[in-house]
Design a protein around this ligand. Structure first.
Ligand code: GLA
Length: 742
């Protein structure tokens, strides 16, 4: 660990020499390190396998971004940081320069990373470099206000194989007075200065998550945010900027990233008068005030950023690897998700022991590995008007408790999972009758219901401890190995009357921190527990929750055709492994009917589950399902943990095709879907990617829908000649698996 004052570069060099005598091996490690300090130019170079990120101290003593992009390699090429001069008297030097973490003060007119008000009324904040520390993959740059003991430490962790860096900041109040933070961002990413960038982002709504939106970036700001208390279906905290708006799946410079926060978040994409293009991200500063007493500090969420020169496909794969290899709870030993059955669409609230057992018997015969009972098992929960908050087994539905059902499910060789909605409360519940004040509210004002429910004020520690207690008790008393954690409305009237008015807006941050804490404590107490994040479908999908849960319910929209687009959008940012996809009955959400095979193949492109009412299935349905699930099990490792190549987009034509290739390129699987055929045109050629051209692959068909009859094909053939499928009519589909034989 190194820690030196900026004025002490000479000391740094001397100490490094002494250090190298004492610890020659440590020095060696340092020279090939991911993070280097170049003292004569006051630069820090952060390197990943294919990228370089450089930050320096300018002549004003401020941290300034120098470079972020493809790997440079030669330190001699790098210049020290220099502020850019003001542009007339109107655009100050700080507005013109790419400051790494600007406080709002002086003459800063661009989006700040930190804005404060001190108790004495001072609102001017100018952060200057103080010292640094490098520890392996982590760099800490400490800054301090020019007058006050307000310390802001910028923390960078590099993920070398994913070409991604995580930024965050820690704001410490070491003054003798209270300080209120009015904006606390995790950091800002700068792409190369210029014009003509394009922003890609994910938008949507309930049952229509993750639609891909693209806008040209012009001078001004584009704000993506959530003001809803959780991540939201409406906008996802992920962005990509591509140079000139020219990138596609395989080509082009793409800078991308995301905020790891499941509460109110904000991303501000700004093109400044200096033609800097920057993306500030962190806590949403809307309705935000976070007081720090002397000695207190606030940590901002992780803000990830990555770069690739190889288009959106590679950007996605890097994000996927980040999640599977670095973030998910099982990242040190990644393993594919089990095949799941969920009772919701079959039974809705009408659950009981014999009905669930009947479904479990049928699910087990199909090869299901995890049986999940959804809503309706607790309190007086017969519809969505009552029961939330009363996390006790309903004695009419389960007179013997859950033990009988769980034993039955386990006896069939399946794990048992259970649905909870811990953050919610129905006014018609014993919990509400006991603690009406636990619901978020402004005293004396209306409490507006959403799905007949209110939001518990999880920012309160007594509420947090209570919810942890009931969940922990359920897990202690029952052999529950999986939780579906739902959240079916957003905040409203976010009052917190129990704390002084100056602290009430902390509710936005504390709520999410407490939800995270409950999950973390549950996982620590129940190490084998697995969790699915759900918020009326995919309303809570972000890099913060993905360090705590194993998968996410993608959408309440399980219509297979709609799902092609929802899943494509999700895959821009998040890996197939966390994307829960079910086969359900038709017509589903929108009256459309698609063949069962089409539904299976769509759902097999992520973590697979079944949500159908198996009591209504025919023998033919069961036969097809057994075959499909056996096929899925043979390819799921490739699908969930391999590399995804989006070959044909559902947004661009009548055929969707996706390919998954194992990391060692020995296995691959292709899915192809015809949405609707017109004029008897055959589907376009599908060119595969990511294979070894010299390798020979055995071709495994699930049907006769491939024109090429060969038993084996080379990687070169598959990628250059491509495959031609026979897909006809509406909603036809097929899949081909490839296994390297030479
Ligand atoms: C939400 C979820 C569904 C289901 C219901 C239960 O809508 O997204 O999957 O769990 O709640 O009420």
């Amino acid at each position: 660990m190194l820690n030196f004052n900026r004025s002490n570069d000479r000391v740094l060099v001397l100490s490094l020499i002494a250090f190298s005598f004492l610890f020659p091996f440590a020095m060696k490690a340092q020279s090939s390190a991911l993070i280097r300090y170049l003292p004569e130019r006051k630069l820090w170079v952060v390197e990943s396998d294919r990228t370089t990120y450089v930050v320096g101290v300018n002549e004003q003593g401020q941290l300034q971004n120098i470079y972020w992009g493809k790997k440079l390699g030669r330190d001699e090429d790098l210049q020290a940081a220099h502020t850019r001069p003001e542009h007339a008297s109107f655009d100050s030097s700080e507005t013109m320069s790419s400051l790494e973490y600007p406080g709002w003060g002086g003459r800063l007119y661009t989006e700040p990373c930190l804005k404060v008000t001190l108790a004495d009324g001072d609102r001017d904040l100018v952060l200057k470099y103080d010292s640094y520390e490098i520890q392996g993959d982590t760099l800490k740059l400490r800054t301090r206000d020019i007058q006050y003991d307000l310390i802001v430490t910028l923390i960078y962790k590099v993920f070398p194989h994913e070409d991604i860096i995580r930024k965050s900041s820690q704001v410490e109040n070491r003054t003798a007075q209270a300080v209120t933070l009015e904006s606390a961002q995790s950091g800002v990413w700068y792409v190369a200065p210029g014009d003509g960038y394009r922003l890609t982002y994910l938008t949507g709504r309930w049952a229509g998550e993750n639609q891909i939106s693209q806008v040209a970036i012009h001078p001004g700001k584009v704000v993506l945010e959530s003001r809803r208390g959780n991540t939201s279906h409406q906008l996802n905290p992920w962005f990509a900027l591509d140079e000139g708006g020219k990138a596609d799946e395989t080509h082009g410079r793409v800078w991308f990233g995301g905020v790891a926060w499941s509460g109110n978040w904000k991303l501000v994409v700004e093109q400044t008068p200096a033609q800097q293009v920057r993306v500030v991200g962190g806590y949403n500063d809307f309705d935000f005030a976070y007081p720090l007493k002397p000695g207190e500090s606030l940590d901002t969420p992780g803000y990830y950023g990555g770069f690739t020169g190889a288009g959106f496909g590679e950007a996605s794969r890097l994000m996927h690897h980040l999640v599977t290899d670095e973030l998910l709870p099982d990242h040190s030993t990644p393993h594919p998700r089990p095949v799941l059955y969920n009772s919701w669409e079959a039974t809705t609230f009408d659950v009981n022991e014999s009905g669930q057992e009947m479904l479990a018997d049928k699910a087990a015969k199909l090869g299901v590995e995890l049986f999940v009972m959804d809503d309706g098992w607790f309190g007086k929960r017969n519809d969505d008007h009552a029961g939330l908050g009363d996390w006790f087994v309903n004695p009419q539905k389960f007179p013997r408790g859950l033990k009988g059902l769980i034993d039955h499910v386990n006896g069939l060789g399946m794990k048992f999972g259970l649905w909870f909605e811990p953050e919610m409360i129905n006014p018609d519940s014993d919990l509400y009758r006991m603690h009406p004040d636990w619901a978020m509210n402004f005293p004396g004002r209306p409490r507006e219901l959403g799905r007949n429910q209110l939001v518990l004020n999880m920012a309160r520690d007594d509420v947090k401890d209570y919810i942890f207690g009931v969940l922990d008790k359920m897990l202690n008393e029952n052999h529950i190995e999986f939780i579906k954690w739902d959240m079916n409305r957003h905040f409203g009237e976010p009052g917190w009357a129990e704390v002084p008015p100056a602290e009430q807006k902390e509710i936005w941050v504390k709520y999410t921190k407490n939800v995270y804490e409950i999950i973390d404590r549950l996982r620590a107490r129940h190490p084998h527990l697995e969790i699915e994040s759900c918020s009326g479908g995919g309303g809570r999908m972000d890099l913060g929750i993905l360090t705590r849960v194993d998968e996410v319910w993608t959408s309440d929209n399980t219509d297979a055709f709609d799902r092609l687009r929802i899943q494509e959008g999700l895959s821009l940012a998040y890996p197939p492994q966390v994307m829960m996809d079910w086969v359900t009955d038709v017509p589903n959400i929108n009256g459309r009917t698609t063949p069962l095979k089409f539904r299976f193949l769509v759902a097999m492109q992520g973590a697979f589950g079944i949500g159908s009412n198996l009591n209504r299935w025919t023998d033919q349905d069961f036969d097809l399902a057994r075959q499909m699930i056996a096929y899925y099990k043979s390819i799921r490792e490739t699908v969930q943990l391999g590399n995804l190549y989006r070959l044909l987009s559902p947004r661009e034509g009548e055929v969707t095709a996706n390919e998954y290739v194992s990391r060692d390129a020995k296995h691959a699987v292709v899915f192809a879907f015809l949405h609707s055929q017109q004029f008897l045109y055959p589907p376009p050629t599908v060119y595969l990617r990511g294979l070894d051209p010299a390798a020979v692959y055995q071709v495994k068909r699930i049907d006769g829908k491939l024109t090429d009859p060969q038993e084996t094909l080379s990687g070169a053939y598959l990628m250059n000649h491509g495959l031609n499928f026979i897909l006809e009519g509406d909603f036809d589909s097929t899949s081909v698996a490839l296994e390297r034989v030479k």
